[in-house]
Write a protein that binds this ligand. Structure first.
Ligand SMILES: Cc1cc2nc3c(=O)[nH]c(=O)nc-3n(C[C@H](O)[C@H](O)[C@H](O)COP(=O)(O)OP(=O)(O)OC[C@H]3O[C@@H](n4cnc5c(N)ncnc54)[C@H](O)[C@@H]3O)c2cc1C
Length: 428
């Protein structure tokens, strides 16, 4: 999503832009998310206040609210029919123990001037203990939004190449040669927008994030479904809910069952989510289901900016922590400003080269979980499992989706060995 956002900003400034996508645009995470356009990224503001200070937390909120406003303006300007609706964002708990967390979040938000409200009611038949609500947020159909941006890019002279896997980026005479299997492009600037960067060195993003998969399902609840908001819980396993418009009717999307890609899946998360919906709506009928993954940074903040201090004119945005919609808009602005030579007022907040992301011990432990196993298995055991073409970790079989998955960096391969999710480039 941030690749398309950056391209959109640059064509608007008269730059010559080409977007290369290995598959179809929006066929990966940006097309398979929950479409919540929001500054409420779970319970984040107390954490940001304590880890990075008051000014930082306030500016993080401001950057995201600004992105929400930008997205609304783009939708209006480009006349994008993407089912945008204004909604309130809720974080709720069913567990009395987590009520303190909600109260503290509300308290910190008050200090920061963020208009979060504590409440005990939501418009879904879930027995909650409490929730924090942030009004004037948005939701949309992410595929329709991205397709609208793509059309605007094409109308303004930009080029979109689908089914064009980048296999190499080589620096030559202060320019870059970006190659696919069939052709190459010479360019002064490169933006790596592959979710997980496909280049390992320099940059070393594989040392500071991991990929997490979520399960997503859509149901017809067979009821008149009208909610003023969308919802995510505090406790684990995560459950995220929203209404989705289809032929004038509101359907229910449920997302959750998050796990580190390539590690053992606990039970059947699709069944778990289906049961959660049936508890609320016993007549509900399942219409579709899929999985999607995203990169989780170690300090809950995306990495946006220069790919590395060593390489000039290569940019990246990654580690969106499953909140990459407003953040993609922010990334599109920061990276376009860098290319155009402007200073962006939020670039320091998401600085990609920051050295202190290992503040969050839980995420560090998650990153290390199974990665060590993957490497050790390869070194000492004669294992029948294939090894990843990215950095050589042993892959594990995912029986729910019939894929080979990498616990180290989240690459995924079909059972006949084709790359379906990067950072791997080569098939098995
Ligand atoms: C289940 C789920 C729900 C979410 N819900 C929300 C939400 O409600 N709100 C929110 O703000 N965020 C949400 N997110 C997060 C958000 O969807 C992501 O952060 C965002 O979509 C990531 O965008 P991206 O462009 O980095 O990655 P992607 O959308 O995966 O795009 C990367 C693109 O790179 C291409 N590519 C990969 N390798 C190559 C190569 N070698 N050559 C050329 N192209 C290549 C791929 O084909 C793909 O099209 C959610 C995430 C998940 C997993």
């Amino acid at each position: 999503m941030h690749g398309i956002s950056t391209a959109y900003n640059l064509v608007n400034q008269g730059k010559t832009v080409a977007v290369l996508d290995r598959d179809l645009i929006a066929s990966h995470t940006s097309g398979g998310n929950t479409g919540k356009v929001t500054s409420q990224h779970g319970l984040i503001y107390k954490y940001l206040y304590e880890s990075n200070g008051e000014d930082y937390a306030r500016r993080y909120f401001e950057a995201n609210e600004n992105a929400l406003k930008n997205i609304k303006e783009i939708i209006a300007k480009e006349n994008i029919d993407c089912d945008f609706e204004e909604k309130s964002a809720y974080v709720f708990t069913k567990d009395g123990k987590d009520m303190d967390k909600l109260k503290q979040e509300a308290e910190y938000c008050k200090r920061l001037g963020i208009p979060n409200q504590l409440t005990t009611k939501i418009d879904l038949p879930i027995d909650i203990v409490g929730a924090v609500r942030l009004d004037n947020q948005g939701q949309f159909d992410p595929v329709k939004y991205i397709n609208g941006l793509v059309q605007a890019i094409i109308n303004k002279g930009g080029k979109i190449f689908e089914n064009s896997k980048v296999i190499d980026i080589e620096e030559r005479d202060k320019e870059y040669i970006v190659s696919t299997e069939k052709a190459s492009i010479t360019t002064k600037y490169v933006v790596i927008a592959t979710r997980y960067p496909i280049i390992n060195f320099p940059g070393y993003y594989f040392l500071k994030m991991y990929q997490s998969t979520s399960f997503s399902m859509v149901f017809d609840t067979k009821t008149e479904l009208n909610t003023d908001g969308y919802y995510i819980n505090t406790e684990l396993p995560t459950i995220s809910l929203r209404t989705v418009k289809a032929n004038g009717k509101n359907l229910l999307q449920i997302v959750g069952g998050d796990y580190k890609t390539g590690t053992g899946i606990c039970g059947d998360p699709f069944k778990f989510l289906e049961n959660k919906v049936l508890e609320m709506y016993p007549q509900a009928e399942k219409l579709s289901q899929w999985t999607a993954e995203d990169c989780i940074s170690l300090d809950k903040i995306a990495y946006i900016g220069n790919f590395s201090n060593i390489l000039k004119n290569i940019y990246v945005a990654t580690g969106f922590n499953k909140w990459g919609i407003t953040t993609a808009n922010i990334a599109g602005d920061i990276i376009a400003d860098k290319i155009l030579g402007y200073k962006n007022k939020y670039e320091d907040i998401f600085k990609s080269s920051r050295l202190n992301p290992i503040k969050n011990k839980d995420e560090l432990a998650n990153m290390l979980k199974e990665s060590g196993n993957g490497i050790i298995l390869r070194k000492v055991k004669d294992t029948p499992n294939p090894t990843c073409t990215h950095l050589g970790c042993t892959l594990s079989w995912n029986p729910l989706e019939d894929t080979w998955d990498c616990a180290c960096h989240g690459s995924r391969f079909s059972k006949d060995g084709k790359v379906i999710e990067g950072p791997a480039i080569k098939d098995l």
